[in-house]
Design a protein around this ligand. Structure first.
Ligand SMILES: CCCCCCCCCCCC(=O)SCCNC(=O)CCNC(=O)[C@H](O)C(C)(C)COP(=O)(O)OP(=O)(O)OC[C@H]1O[C@@H](n2cnc3c(N)ncnc32)[C@H](O)[C@@H]1OP(=O)(O)O
Length: 215
């Protein structure tokens, strides 16, 4: 399996969607700048984000699925796979998921600065719970992938404690708690920018995929 490499991907997939855009709010931009400052001494790393999955060439996606997900591969339409994109990165700017992640290797933490746009409404004026769950999964998933490579979410347990106001900026803080064999335990919370409101708490279990197993 070839590793993910920027030079290996077609030019139009190189756009890093985690960089500031005119649609970002002042809070989002401020937090981005604060974290970029923390990156200067190397303690934090800015994680780029693209709108493709691990591989873009159809034969590589196919090889991945056959190696890691042989059961699913029987039901997958390979032609449709050519259109596959990460769904959090395919809304128009400012309308859906706007986010940027940073990683601290010493603390084993991934922090996501997230602003959920107007197309993510659930209850009036509030962010849809599924959108929050998606971003929690993406944040803890990133943490798991950094630690162990090819992983899948086995369990995601979420307590929604306060509604998240639509179009507000939140901090998603994740922490790799422990690794036991193929199991990764990662906890997470979602807080307001001023850290005064705890919106959501979550725990998760990720499993490192074993290509010897028929999943
Ligand atoms: C560039 C782009 C970046 C983009 C980066 C963005 C990252 C996004 C991340 C998104 C990730 C997803 O949404 S993934 C999509 C949602 N998830 C899925 O579809 C996964 C579906 N489930 C599965 O395929 C399977 O259950 C697996 C792979 C998770 C595990 O299967 P397996 O490999 O056969 O493992 P198995 O033997 O069953 O379990 C291994 C050990 O884990 C335990 N275990 C397994 N499941 C559970 C469970 N739910 N709760 C407790 N414990 C469990 C077992 O008891 C066992 O413990 P012991 O006996 O060893 O002690």
């Amino acid at each position: 399996m070839r590793p993910l490499a920027g030079s290996y991907l077609p030019e139009f997939f190189h756009e890093d969607h985690s960089l500031p855009k005119p649609s970002w709010s002042k809070d989002m931009r401020l937090l981005f700048d604060q974290f970029m400052k923390k990156c200067e001494d190397g303690s934090w790393i800015h994680l780029p984000s693209y709108n493709y999955t691990l591989f873009q060439r159809s034969q590589d996606i196919s090889a991945f699925i056959h190696a890691y997900l042989p059961t699913a591969s029987k039901l997958i339409n390979e032609e449709k796979l050519l259109q596959a994109k990460i769904f959090t990165r395919n809304f128009e700017d400012g309308l859906g998921f706007e986010y940027v992640m940073f990683y601290n290797d010493v603390e084993k933490r991934v922090v996501c600065v997230f602003e959920g746009g107007p197309y993510l409404q659930g209850m009036p004026g509030c962010l849809h719970g599924g959108a929050i769950a998606t971003m929690i999964d993406a944040t803890v998933g990133t943490s798991a992938m950094i630690a162990e490579g090819i992983v899948m979410t086995a369990n995601l347990n979420i307590n929604f404690k306060r509604p998240v106001p639509l179009c507000s900026v939140v901090l998603i803080n994740s922490q790799l708690d422990k690794i036991e064999g193929r199991k990764l335990f990662i906890s997470c919370n979602v807080q307001s920018v001023d850290e005064k409101t705890l919106y959501t708490e979550a725990t998760s279990l990720f499993i490192k995929l074993d290509p010897e197993k028929q999943v």
